[in-house]
Design a protein. Structure first.
Length: 191
């Protein structure tokens, strides 16, 4: 029966036939296959530490009475923050005025012009590698710059800063000129 008698035009019939043909092709087309590849991802984390220090101020050394027979003690601190797992070692150099392996503060301000002199002192490690352990005087382990004289706290469990005491002593009985004495010590963290 002709299309016109059914009430259809070629346009309607052709569109329907095209849709049926497209569906048949889609079902009969070969299916796509897939392959995979592995993408490697990596990074490295190196050991690293940062160090800072707070000053150690002895205050007034009184060589005639109070410190004629008693040492003058004081404490400062060092703070380290390390990569988790880093095994730090903290050393202290002998300062700017060392003589024969001993630390000395130099006279930097004297009441009278032309004054000179030094004041002997020492730095000791805290009595324990426990963070925040206070000083015990007299100190027992000198804090130096060699590996043998370095302070070795435990490996870092986090990146949080850990603070350790620096224990200082000026031995008694030093006959020094009046004035202000100072030194600068460099603290180093190796990891």
């Amino acid at each position: 029966m002709p299309l016109a008698r059914r009430g259809l035009t070629c346009r309607d019939a052709c569109a329907g036939a095209a849709a049926v043909l497209a569906a048949l092709i889609a079902f009969s087309a070969p299916r796509a296959t897939a392959t995979t590849a592995v993408l490697g991802v990596s990074a490295s984390v190196a050991a690293n530490c940062a160090i800072s220090a707070t000053a150690l101020s002895f205050g007034q050394y009184e060589s005639v009475l109070a410190n004629a027979s008693s040492p003058l003690n004081a404490s400062g601190s060092v703070s380290i923050a390390c990569t988790r797992g880093a095994a730090p070692r903290i050393s202290m150099d002998l300062g700017q005025n060392s003589t024969a392996g001993k630390r000395y503060m130099a006279l930097v301000a004297a009441p009278a012009p032309g004054g000179s002199g030094t004041l002997y002192y020492e730095l000791y490690q805290p009595p324990s590698a426990t963070e925040g352990a206070g000083c015990i005087f007299p100190g027992t382990t000198l804090w130096g710059s060699s590996a043998a004289d370095s302070f070795m706290p435990s490996a870092a469990l986090s990146r949080a800063a850990r603070i350790y005491s620096v224990c200082g002593t000026i031995p008694p009985g030093q006959l020094v000129a009046m004035g202000t004495y100072a030194d600068t010590v460099v603290a180093t963290v190796n990891f």
